[in-house]
Design a binder for this molecule. Structure first.
Ligand code: 6PG
Length: 261
């Protein structure tokens, strides 16, 4: 697999990182809306993304929210009003505070069986994306201390190259798997839904936000090791025709031997 080197940006602390992430998302939104009339973003859960959503909601970034379409990169199989729900968190921190039309918001369903929910959401993604160019503009991701991203955990069958990732590189979009159920996540809750590496790697831009002391080893493994994606899932993320950017705070980046200046 050929990996284009990711862009790495290191910020002073988690707050600086949240501001930089929000700034970059707003810039991508303005560009996408100018070029294609709308901006499709996939959001995720986690504490680092949560801070970013708060900044995006609080500050004026010149985003035309009426043209923003929101998908979810992963979700926990709990009701939408449950404190563990990613949709609940994103609603509280961002969506309740900006004028995104309700019909542009696509939470993952959690009131079906995981398998049915994944199939339902896969159809929804296909309806949302432009069939002539089915690419998400920005996929926002966090990373766990074990290197997981979205709900793709170490040892996931999605990480078997060319077999499980949703389709081999080169697989036609129509034939690929875009969303799957996870029933044995090591981080609770066990039952989740996640976009596949195939879909994420189809994005125009993937933005990974990582902060905190507990991420030091995972950041080094992600960026400066030969670890297999099966061990460090984020290493499966490498958008083919897009840009991969890591925004990391100084604490999480402290073991990098070759940090950007
Ligand atoms: C989830 C998330 C998950 C998260 C990482 C990082 O639903 O659990 O989508 O992939 O982004 O675990 O989370 P933190 O920023 O809280 O460390």
């Amino acid at each position: 697999m050929t990996h284009r080197a990711p862009e790495v940006w290191i910020g002073e602390d988690a707050g600086t990182l949240a501001r930089e992430g929000a700034r970059r998302i707003a810039e991508a939104a303005r560009r996408a809306i100018t070029a294609r009339g709308r901006f499709v973003i996939a959001l995720c859960g986690g504490n680092t993304p949560r801070r970013l959503y708060r900044v995006l909601a609080a500050e004026e970034h010149g985003v035309d929210w009426g043209r923003v379409v929101v998908l979810f990169g992963d979700e926990r199989m709990v009701p939408w009003d449950h404190p563990e729900s990613n949709f609940h968190m994103v609603r509280e921190t961002l969506l309740d505070h900006v004028p995104v039309p309700r019909q542009n918001i696509h939470p993952m369903p959690t009131d079906l069986t995981p398998r049915e929910a994944a199939a339902f959401y896969e159809r929804e993604i296909r309806e949302v994306l432009d069939p002539r160019d089915p690419r998400i503009d920005v996929v926002l991701l966090g990373m766990g201390p074990d290197g997981h991203t979205a709900s793709i955990f170490p040892g996931s069958p999605l990480l078997i190259e060319g077999e499980g990732e949703g389709g081999r590189r080169g697989t036609a979009f129509a034939q690929a798997t875009l969303c799957v159920a996870v029933t044995d996540a090591p981080k609770p809750p066990e039952r989740r839904l996640t976009m596949t590496p195939f879909l994420i790697n189809h994005a125009r831009q993937v933005l990974v936000v990582v902060a905190g002391e507990d991420k030091v080893a995972a950041v080094s493994a992600a960026l400066e090791s030969d670890a297999e994606p099966g061990e460090i899932p984020i290493r499966a993320i490498s958008p083919e025709g897009g840009i991969l950017t890591y925004l990391i705070d100084r604490r999480a980046a402290r073991a990098l031997t070759n940090p950007p200046r």
